[in-house]
Write a new protein. Sequence first.
Length: 417
Amino acid sequence: MHDRPPSPVDRVAVRVTKDALRQVRGGHPWVFDASVTSVKPQGQVGDLAVVFDDDRKFAAIGLWDPGSPLRVRVLHAGRPRTVDATFWHEQLAAALSRRQPLLDEGGTTGYRWVSGENDGLPGLVVDRYDDVAVVKLYSAAWMPHLDDVVGALLAVAAEHDRPVARMVLRLARTTATALRRPGTEHLADGAPLVGELPAEPVLFAEHGLTFEADVVHGQKTGHFLDQRDNRLEVRARAAGARVLDVFCCTGGFTVNAAAGGAAQVHSVDLSPQAVATVRRNLAYNSALPQVAACSHRATVGDAYEVMAQLAAEGETYDLVVVDPPSFASRKEQVPGALRAYARLTGLAAGLVAPGGTLVQASCSARVDAATFERVVTSAAADAGRPLRNVQVRGHALDHPVGFAQGEYLCAVFATVG
């Protein structure tokens, strides 16, 4: 990582529309391409973009991304500020301090250290799994600053948590495409930034349970950390229950239900690899009497088809968890997403025994919590299974909401009549 010369970084002067200026001063982390009225000089990806107002006064500074609709990713607004090694160190230390209550609890060594825009670092995500940190970039504009960021991460971890022994680079699809050119092979998705790549999945703790994260090839950074608290809530409700975990992925809800004393857990996912990971995660926790006593069944298949078949067979469960992937990354996908959520609710509610619990989640940022709750409750009523004791839960501590679009996770917990 540190054997190559640092990428040159220049500054560009950017003027924006009055509305964009108002948004930036109000804390919004993006300047869209259509809001840029002038830029001098044209600049390269990763240059520092200084936003000025009509009186040539400093308004903000961010990363210039000329190939993205998010033309400027704002790092700081207000008084002039130099973006240097000290800046990165202070930002990363502040982000870690927001997670301090989680670290103080003990029993958890897997957490999100940096949540992009919500921590004032747009397009940068850092997840930590025990002594391994995973840096995921959602913009190539971070590349010229990567050495400084890595150095600051190592320093802050050593000062305020535990040292990081290994660090892995993960790239969003668009970022990987932007870097697909000669001379950048060392920056490929899954490349080591510090130390050697883990040869096996990394084991970490979540509220006292052990899980694995495939930090090199797994989805996102290897594990979905945002549902941690909702998984713990399922654990608290699972004693003696028959549980169905649909879209189980790597088994976060399955393992928590088993650890909570569930009598049986049925895990369903379309991916055979995910189901295999569920079994390994259960095995890591088999020394717990509750997990050892829990009967586990796994089905590889389409969620809609599997739930329909279970209903046809007359199966019912005391607790049903439905945690699908995002259905709406773009505005035009929202109507289809709402129909999908309603269909899932109808199928899932029909599998909940009277007085049992439905847990249904959405991670579609385009679908707000109020709309999601309304769709779920309406669909359950239409299916003849009205909901009561409805509770809406959101993000874990390490996934703060720093701006309106940063709130994406919603989980409805409800009793099914």
